[in-house]
Design a protein around this ligand. Structure first.
Ligand code: HXC
Length: 254
């Protein structure tokens, strides 16, 4: 990084894991921009982030499924703060349903938000990224490599994101841009877990498959984002980093 004040843009940064990541950068003194489709959530997040970093937060209501508003938000951030040092793409959608229990449009909706949305964010941001030095962090999930029933749409979308991470890490390495994925398992106090574990029994099942025996806290995901944004990870690119208490290992015993 060539500046002491980081410019951090978080797509989907108005709730859950993404907001926790945005807050961690605001607390560290970064200029922070967020984007999500709900204008009220954008307003609330900007207030919250601005209180942490001396009112150097900004937000744009935009749906990542549409490229032009995403591009306009990234351009607006660049005009206000300058080159983007850290870009986080985390907008996501999820619901529990078997493949035969959703319409083709239901499947497409999650692919559009998660995978196409991530492409829109990275593609639209490229010209505004600091070169060399920018770090891109895509938010994946355990579903990218652990097949889960009721999650075919999410598994396919997140696996696609991780291959985007790996291919663009190669294509953009020449610009001095690093790209990695964080793949959280279950994370407490998030919309995703409300959707995935709507009953105590479902919550217990999603705890039992975690070798460390608990769900992550949002700050434990943000800590890995801090690492991936820092010079400490200068030689890490194209990697998918599970932050899942070992869920990806598979907990099989005879
Ligand atoms: C079957 C469903 C469904 C369900 C929606 N659909 N919910 N199908 N079962 N429970 C179908 C609809 O019928 C419709 O298809 C299509 O999906 C689009 O639905 P809409 O409601 O019109 O779309 P939209 O308003 O854009 O909502 C998108 C959404 C919604 C993904 C469906 O859930 C959402 O907005 N989610 C955002 C918040 C969120 O999910 N956060 C959690 C992310 S966590 P038809 O054919 O009827 O038109 C995460 C990772 C978790 O992703 C990892 C944990 C380990």
């Amino acid at each position: 990084m060539t500046t002491s004040t980081l410019n951090v843009f978080v797509a989907g940064g108005t709730s859950g894991i993404n907001l926790a990541i945005a807050e961690s950068f605001a607390q560290a003194g970064a200029n922070v921009g967020v984007l999500s489709r709900d204008g009220e959530k954008v307003h609330a997040a900007v207030e919250r982030l601005g209180a942490l970093n001396g009112q150097r937060a900004a937000g744009w209501p935009a749906d990542v499924r549409e490229f032009e508003p995403v591009k306009a938000a990234l351009s607006g951030f660049h005009a206000r703060f300058g080159a983007i040092d850290v870009l986080i793409s985390g907008a996501a959608g999820n619901f529990r349903a078997p493949a035969l229990g959703m319409s083709p449009n239901g499947f497409r909706t999650v692919i559009d938000i998660d995978l196409i949305g991530t492409f829109h964010v990275l593609y639209g941001a490229h010209e505004f990224l600091r070169k060399p030095g920018a770090s891109i962090i895509n938010i994946s999930a355990s579903q990218a490599y652990v097949p889960m029933m009721m999650q075919s749409h999410v598994c396919a979308a997140k696996a696609g994101i991780d291959m985007l991470t790996r291919t663009l890490a190669m294509e953009w390495a020449g610009d001095g841009i690093r790209i990695n994925s964080i793949a959280p398992g279950p994370v407490s106090d998030t919309e995703g877990m409300v959707r995935l574990a709507p009953t105590p029994q479902a919550a217990k099942e999603l705890t039992d498959i975690v070798p460390l025996g608990r769900w992550a806290r949002k700050d434990e995901i943000a800590a890995v984002a801090q690492f991936l944004a820092s010079p400490a990870s200068a030689m890490v690119t194209g990697q998918v980093i599970p932050v899942d208490g070992g869920l990806n290992l598979g907990r099989y015993s005879p």
